[in-house]
Design a protein around this ligand. Structure first.
Ligand SMILES: C=CC1=C(C)c2cc3[nH]c(cc4nc(cc5[nH]c(cc1n2)c(C)c5CCC(=O)O)C(CCC(=O)O)=C4C)c(C)c3C=C
Ligand SMILES: [Fe+2]
Ligand SMILES: [Fe+2]
Length: 319
């Protein structure tokens, strides 16, 4: 008889191996070659990417990575490893970490679990809100990996957890800590990573899932419509992305009387380039330059105990 041997696969996006032009180029090449991320026809995208984007973007983005890099490495990887270790400490089954792009690869993580005899895989992509550009890409990555296996594990794939009560409670506690430390701001701004508007028009329910998180959090905190706002960051390329844009909003808030803002990025399970640099450095600067007086960044849930307990709850549904 086949006996279940469960194991957990935590997945996140991935990050360069070093804050150098060559490592960033390698990472961006893999990331931006994924059709789930950029769906331009390959014959057209290949020269744009290899001749236009990579040579110019890689050295610029390497400098940005250098500004957030720690002694232990890239923040995204450092926090993801801490999450893996903290979750493993609460479980009696193996837990592995795999990244969609870069290292540790999805393959290394799945091979590690299979080598321990795991035949029931509980996959938790660490994206609270589903998007075809992230969660579906994990799905694709796994299925192409499995194409090379003779036997497949049972797979439980957690699609997202945008309005899971334990996730909302963990976010709420993080906001309350910030309010207690810095006082209640004029506005709580929740900035989510953007996607092209076209992806949503074609059926990606990502914007709805962001609103689900935002609405549940606003209700849990008892905030009115004027006390909290949702925006989208990290626009890439020329076509319209989800609006309102975080950077334009930041620049316009002081003129509307918002002088004290607290910003969180509930779409990121771990702090990373997009939160530590884009929000806490670039957007801080935009806001203060436009006449804002106080800007505080509320960290991602990272390895908060409430966050790890939420992961435990999600995983335990499938044990
Ligand atoms: C090109 C289009 C992109 C889409 C679509 C996209 C969606 C998307 N991304 C995240 C989470 C993260 N993105 C990160 C970095 C990053 N994202 C893009 C582009 C798209 N993202 C690029 C090119 C980069 C690299 C940096 C840069 O060149 O500007 C990261 C941070 C990684 C790190 O190493 O710290 C995360 C996390 C989500 C959640 C999402 C869709 C919902
Ligand atoms: Fe991104
Ligand atoms: Fe960015």
């Amino acid at each position: 008889m086949r006996q279940d041997k469960p194991g957990v696969l935590l997945v996140n996006l991935g990050t360069p191996d070093a804050p150098t032009t060559s490592a960033v180029k390698r990472y961006l090449k893999q990331f931006l070659s994924d059709k789930r991320v950029v769906d331009t026809p390959r014959w057209l995208w290949w020269p744009i990417l290899n001749i236009g984007i990579l040579p110019i973007r890689s050295p610029r983005v390497a400098k940005l990575y250098a500004s957030v890099w720690t002694d232990e490495g890239s923040p995204l990887l450092v926090f993801s490893k801490r999450q893996r270790d903290a979750l493993a400490a609460k479980l009696d089954i193996p837990v592995a970490l795999g990244m969609s792009y870069g290292n540790p690869s999805l393959k290394s993580a799945v091979d590690d679990l299979m080598a321990q005899g795991v035949n029931k895989l509980i996959v938790l992509p660490l994206y609270p809100q589903f998007s075809c550009s992230t969660v579906a890409s994990v799905w694709d990555g796994l299925s192409s990996l499995f194409a090379g296996y003779r036997s497949l594990p049972t797979v439980h794939f957690i699609r997202d957890y945008a309005d899971h009560p334990a996730y909302i409670a963990a976010l709420k506690a993080s906001v309350e800590r910030s309010f207690a430390q810095h006082g209640k701001p004029d506005l709580l701004l929740a900035s989510f990573h953007g996607i092209p508007q076209r992806f949503a028009n074609e059926g990606d329910d990502y914007p709805q899932r962001c609103h689900d998180t935002f609405d549940a959090l606003k209700t849990a905190l008892g905030l009115s419509d004027s006390e909290a706002m949702l925006t989208f960051q990290s626009r890439f390329g020329r076509e319209p992305w989800l609006t309102p844009y975080t950077d334009e909003t930041m620049q316009g808030l002081p003129a509307k009387g918002v002088k004290h803002v607290q910003v969180m990025s509930p779409g990121f399970a771990s702090d990373c380039l997009e939160t530590l640099e884009e929000i806490n450095e670039q957007n801080r600067e935009f806001f203060l330059h436009a006449g804002g007086t106080r800007f505080e960044y509320i960290p991602a849930l990272n390895d908060d105990e409430a966050h790890i307990d939420m992961m435990l709850e999600l995983v335990n549904q499938y044990r």
